[in-house]
Design a protein around this ligand. Structure first.
Ligand code: ADP
Ligand code: MG
Length: 596
C-alpha cells in the first residue's frame, strides 16, 4: 500500500486555519477587518484571559443577509469578490473568505447579526469543527462575533499560546494598528471587563493619537503631507521622544496596516542622527497609491503587502521624512534630547531660597554661598542631629538647585539631598516588604514592551523569579522583546518605557556572581534609586516636610542606599567661624581694630 493519502476536508481546513489563526490577536485582527469591510462606525472588542477564554467583537456595520448565513463559515465563501477584475481593484481588507471558516475550525464560534435591510436577525452557532446551527435572533443592525475556547480541541496548539497577559498585549497591539489609522471609526477595547481605551468615532487624527499614544506623543507631532505620484500622510514626532522598540511605528497603505521592515528602516535611517542607538522613532504614516498596485493577499496572514514600484515608495518616503526632520530646530540634538527624555519632569527655571536671589546672583553672592556650603559640609556633626531639633523648628527655607532642601534650625542650617533622602526611605520600605514576602505591586494598564539584545532578554527572563519577589512581572514577548506587566508599587509613577530600559540596563550590570541575598539587596537598592525623586525635580514645602519626617523615621537616615550622605549640617559655630565672628581671625581683627 502506498504512503500518500489525500487528507480529508476537515483536516485540510484545520491545517490552513493554522496559517490564519496563530493566536487571539490574529482572530481579533480578522474580526476587526470584517467589521471595517461592513462599514461599521463603531467596533467594540472584549477579551477575557488574553482572548484564550473569549473574544467578542461587535459592530454596527451592515450585517449579514439571512440567506448568506449558512455559508459564512465555509472556506472560500466571501461576499467581497465576484470576478477576476475585482481582484485587481480590491479595496476591502480581506476577500479570501477564510477567516470565519478558520476560526470555526479551531474554536467555538457564535455570530449574531442583522442585516440593515432585514427585520429579523440570525444567530450562527458552531462548535469547533462541527456544522453550524442557525436560528433567528433579534439585534440592532450589525454583527457580533463571539469566539470561545480557542484551540480547545487542539491541545498542541493551545499549549503554544503564551500567558494571558502576553496574548492580551498582542491583541492590544493588533487593535492599535487599525484604530490608529481609522480615526473615523470608534474603537472600544475591554480587557477582563476593564476598559483599556474608548475612542469615539470621527476623531481627528491628532485626537486619536492622543487617546492611544498619550499626550507626550500628541504634543510632539510633526505633520507629514506629501502628495505626488505617491501620497504620504500622517505624523512623525519630534525626536525628543522616542521608543526602545518598533512598537510605535505605524505604517498603512490606504489605511490597511502593514509592517514592512524595509519601509521601517527608511524612516529609522532618516532619524538616525537624531536618536541614540537602540531608540526608535514614533510615527503614524499612511501611504496611498492606486489600488491596482496593492496586492494585499499575497502573504497568508496579510502582514506584508506586495506593492509594485516599491523602490519608488521607499525613495519617496526617505526623501519626505528627511525633509520634514530638517525643519526641526537644529538646537535639538541628541545629547540634550536624551537628557529631556531621561528626566521626564525637567523644569528649566531654578528656584532659590533667597528672596532677592536675582540681585544676589548678579553680584555673584549666591554662587559664593553655595560653593561654601558644598565645600565645607560638616558630616561629623551629623550624628547629633535628631528629629527633635529638626522637628521643633522645621523651618524649611526652600530648595536650592532643585536638589537640596535647606532648613534653618535653632543652631544653624541643615541641608538634605532630596534624592538621597527619598532613596533611603524607599529602600527601607521595599526591603521590609520583600523580606516579609509581600511586595506591593502596581498593575500596569498597558504593559510595557521592551526590545533588548537577544542575550539580554534571556538574562532578564532568567532573573524573572527573583524580580517577581520585588513586584516585577516579566514575560517573554517573543524574539528579544520582554513584556513587563507589573512593577513594584513604589516605581509606579515612573512606569515609562525609557525608565524601564534604563533600569533593565542597570539590573543587567549587577554582579552576576553575587550571592542571592546580596543580589536581592542590590535589586532593592536599584529599584529604590529609580523610584526616588530625582534631582532637578521641584518639590513644594509640604512635600519637603513629609520627606524629612519620613527620612527621620528610617533606620539609616544619614545615608542613602548607596552610602552617600542624605543630610549635612552647618552649625551656627561653623557659620560664625566662616564669617570671621569667632576664632583666631576674629581675635586678630579685634586686636587690629582696637590697636591692641
Ligand atoms: P472575507 O472577509 O475574506 O470575505 P471572512 O471569513 O472573514 O472572509 O468572512 C466571510 C464573509 O462573512 C464576509 O465576506 C462577509 O460577507 C461576512 N461577514 C463576516 N464578518 C462580518 C461582519 N462583521 N459584518 C458583516 N458581514 C460579515
Ligand atoms: Mg475577513
Amino acid at each position: 500500500m502506498g504512503k500518500i493519502r489525500v487528507l480529508d476536508e476537515s483536516l485540510v481546513s484545520l491545517i490552513s486555519a493554522g496559517e490564519v489563526i496563530e493566536n487571539p490577536a490574529s482572530i481579533v485582527k480578522e474580526l476587526i477587518e470584517n467589521s471595517l469591510d461592513a462599514n461599521a462606525t463603531n467596533i467594540d472588542i472584549r477579551i477575557e484571559k488574553g482572548g484564550i477564554d473569549s473574544i467578542t467583537v461587535s459592530d454596527n456595520g451592515e450585517g449579514i443577509l439571512k440567506e448568506d448565513c449558512p455559508v459564512v463559515t465555509i472556506r472560500h465563501s466571501t461576499s467581497k469578490i465576484a470576478s477576476r477584475d475585482d481582484i485587481e481593484r480590491i479595496m476591502t481588507y480581506g476577500f479570501r473568505g477564510e477567516a470565519l471558516a478558520s476560526i470555526a475550525a479551531v474554536a467555538d464560534l457564535e455570530v449574531t447579526t442583522r442585516h440593515k435591510d432585514e427585520e429579523i436577525g440570525s444567530c450562527i452557532k458552531s462548535r469547533a469543527g462541527q456544522i453550524p446551527d442557525i436560528t433567528d435572533a433579534t439585534r440592532p443592525q450589525g454583527t457580533t462575533v463571539d469566539v470561545r475556547n480557542l484551540f480547545s480541541t487542539i491541545p498542541a496548539r493551545r499549549k503554544h499560546l503564551a500567558e494571558p497577559r502576553v496574548e492580551s498585549q498582542r491583541v492590544l497591539a493588533a487593535i492599535m494598528k487599525h484604530a490608529i489609522v481609522r480615526n473615523d471609526v470608534g474603537f472600544r477595547f475591554l480587557r477582563d471587563e476593564k476598559t483599556v481605551f474608548d475612542c469615539p468615532s470621527n476623531q481627528t487624527p491628532q485626537e486619536r493619537i492622543r487617546a492611544l499614544l498619550g499626550p507626550d506623543v500628541a504634543d510632539n507631532l510633526i505633520e507629514v503631507n506629501y502628495s505626488n505620484r505617491i501620497v504620504i500622510k500622517g505624523f512623525v514626532t519630534n525626536p525628543i521622544i522616542s521608543r526602545g522598540n518598533r512598537g510605535r511605528e505605524f505604517f498603512s497603505i490606504r489605511k490597511r496596516p502593514i509592517s514592512d521592515p524595509s519601509l521601517e528602516r527608511v524612516v529609522e535611517t532618516a532619524y538616525s542622527s537624531l536618536l541614540m542607538r537602540g531608540r526608535y522613532p514614533i510615527f503614524v504614516l499612511d501611504i496611498e497609491l492606486e489600488p491596482e498596485k496593492v496586492d494585499p493577499n499575497v502573504h497568508p496572514t496579510k502582514k506584508e503587502v506586495r506593492v509594485q514600484d516599491f523602490d519608488l515608495i521607499r525613495e519617496t518616503l526617505g526623501f519626505v521624512i528627511t525633509n520634514v526632520l530638517l525643519d526641526i530646530k537644529p538646537a535639538v540634538r541628541s545629547e540634550s534630547l536624551e537628557y529631556l527624555v531621561e528626566s521626564e519632569m525637567v523644569e528649566q527655571e531654578e528656584t532659590s531660597i533667597f528672596p532677592d536671589a536675582d540681585s544676589a546672583r548678579a553680584e555673584g553672592r549666591a554662587l559664593l554661598l553655595e560653593e561654601t556650603m558644598l565645600v565645607e559640609p560638616v558630616p561629623s556633626n551629623v550624628a547629633e542631629l535628631d528629629i527633635k531639633e529638626i522637628g521643633r523648628i522645621l523651618n524649611i527655607l526652600g530648595q536650592v538647585s532643585m536638589v537640596y532642601i535647606v532648613i534653618a534650625t535653632e543652631n544653624g542650617l541643615v541641608i538634605v539631598d532630596q534624592h538621597a533622602a527619598h532613596e533611603r526611605i524607599l529602600y527601607e520600605k521595599l526591603k521590609k516588604q520583600v523580606s516579609e514576602g509581600n511586595a506591593m505591586v502596581q498593575e500596569l494598564l498597558e504593559p510595557i514592551v521592551l526590545r533588548l539584545g537577544v542575550s539580554e532578554a534571556e538574562r532578564v527572563l532568567g532573573l524573572g523569579e527573583t524580580l517577581e519577589k520585588l513586584g516585577y512581572s516579566i514575560a517573554s514577548f517573543g524574539g528579544n522583546e520582554i513584556l513587563i506587566s507589573t512593577l513594584p508599587e513604589i516605581l509606579g509613577k515612573r512606569a515609562s518605557e525609557n525608565e524601564m530600559l534604563a533600569l533593565v540596563d542597570r539590573i543587567l550590570e549587577l554582579g552576576e556572581g553575587l550571592a542571592m541575598n546580596e543580589f536581592m539587596d542590590d535589586l532593592v537598592r536599584l529599584t529604590a534609586c529609580h523610584a526616588a525623586i530625582r534631582s532637578g525635580q521641584k518639590i513644594g514645602h509640604e512635600e519637603a516636610r513629609r520627606l524629612i519626617a519620613e527620612l527621620f523615621a528610617t533606620e539609616g537616615k544619614y545615608h542613602c542606599a548607596h552610602g552617600r550622605p542624605t543630610i549635612i549640617r552647618i552649625s551656627k559655630e561653623e557659620l560664625d567661624k566662616r564669617f570671621g565672628r569667632t576664632g583666631p581671625d576674629a581675635i586678630a581683627r579685634f586686636r587690629a581694630r582696637h590697636r591692641l
